[in-house]
Design a protein around this ligand. Structure first.
Ligand code: TRP
Length: 347
């Protein structure tokens, strides 16, 4: 038998910050800068309560490769732990260890306007690609992809998150969660906090090797915990132009500079801006970029490698996190069932 359901909602006395990472692929610098780093900083503030999770149900939308999803889950968990996530303060869990989330997803699905889903970027991009290839508009589109924003809304609303740190591309999804929550509240009473997206103000979307947004789907990433030599190699592969040493270079169109800015202090950024104006050689700029990045993540990389050798330890932390998460999700879901009319006959 499962443990008795707690019916008392824990107090909402702190700002709740929540974010998830889809478990497809290995965390890269873009994930780090856009999501992980600001999330870990937020978790260290005493007036916040952070919920961070592995979005492994979301992974199934994008990947049908079980081994990859499994490995990626472990790598992401190890990444957050290695970077100093304090799991005594933060609630750190797998989405799939909280069965209330898919159940809530259904309640929300029944509140989510189909027209709203039609406007979701990921779905629209798939339709557009089909149209360009003269295919049926919905060719290859699963219901998972189509209702992706509803599952994400369930992730967020399950814990009544106040703030959701995400990359720019995810703002729309958080707004959809707000919409769905407002509609639910309108029908069934004030059950949900309306969440707000938070995008880091310096560099929210990091550029990848080819200058486009750093993304697994573009295959242009720099994995976060590459061995030092490989990190150097990757940084050397960042696309630049043909300007020679001594030629002034434009920092604002340079991926090297953009990544620099994401890791540097404002003073270091000003210095690099000047170095670009003075015609720093691309090789030199990349060498400095490597040192800067390597400095910030070097210690964490060692902890990461150690953690990956102790998967039982990671599992134990996640199980504890899942239990903690359920002290929030179980009472809320019990209230929601009542609210929508799914109730026991015996009381
Ligand atoms: N969709 C997010 C991404 O691909 C991951 C995610 C899933 C998420 N659920 C979430 C992010 C809830 C924030 C809140 O990046």
């Amino acid at each position: 038998m499962s443990s008795p359901i707690q019916n008392i909602l824990p107090p909402h006395d702190k700002q709740r910050i929540l974010t998830g990472i889809t478990t497809t692929g290995t965390p890269h610098l873009g994930n780090y800068v856009g999501a992980i780093r600001p999330a870990i900083e937020a978790s260290q503030q005493a007036d916040n309560l952070s919920f961070y999770f592995l979005a492994d149900f979301h992974a199934l939308i994008k990947s049908q490769e079980p081994e990859k999803i499994h490995l990626s889950s472990m790598e992401i968990a190890a990444t957050w732990l290695a970077l100093g996530l304090d799991t005594d303060n933060a609630v750190f869990y797998r989405q799939s260890d909280v069965p209330e989330i898919p159940e809530l997803c259904w309640l929300l699905t029944c509140m989510a306007a189909k027209g709203l889903m039609n406007r979701a970027h990921a779905y629209k991009a798939a339709v557009q690609a089909n149209q360009e290839a003269s295919q049926d508009a919905d060719f290859g589109v699963t219901m998972g992809l189509y209702s992706y924003p509803v599952l994400m809304a369930a992730d967020i609303l399950m814990f009544n998150a106040d703030r959701v740190p995400v990359g720019k591309d995810q703002i729309q999804h958080v707004e959809m969660a707000r919409d769905i929550a407002a509609r639910f509240n309108h029908h069934f009473g004030e059950n949900f906090t309306l969440p707000q997206a938070v995008v880091g103000d310096n560099v929210a979307v990091l550029q990848g090797l080819d200058g486009r947004k750093m993304s697994k789907s573009y295959n242009n990433t720099i994995p976060l915990f590459l061995p030092e030599k490989q990190l150097k190699k990757h940084i050397n592969k960042i696309k630049t132009n043909l300007l020679e040493p001594g030629d002034p270079k434009d920092p604002d169109t340079s991926t090297v500079f953009q990544i620099w800015e994401a890791f540097a202090t404002p003073e270091q950024t000003a210095e690099m801006r000047q170095a670009f104006a003075d015609g720093i050689a691309w090789g030199e700029a990349k060498k400095r970029l490597f040192e800067l990045v390597n400095n910030e993540i070097g210690d964490a990389r060692e902890r990461y490698n150690t953690l990956l050798e102790q998967p039982e330890h990671i599992e134990e932390i996640l199980q504890q996190g899942g239990q903690k998460a359920r002290t929030y999700s179980q009472p809320l879901l019990a209230n929601l069932r009542q609210a929508v009319g799914i109730r026991s006959f015996t009381k």
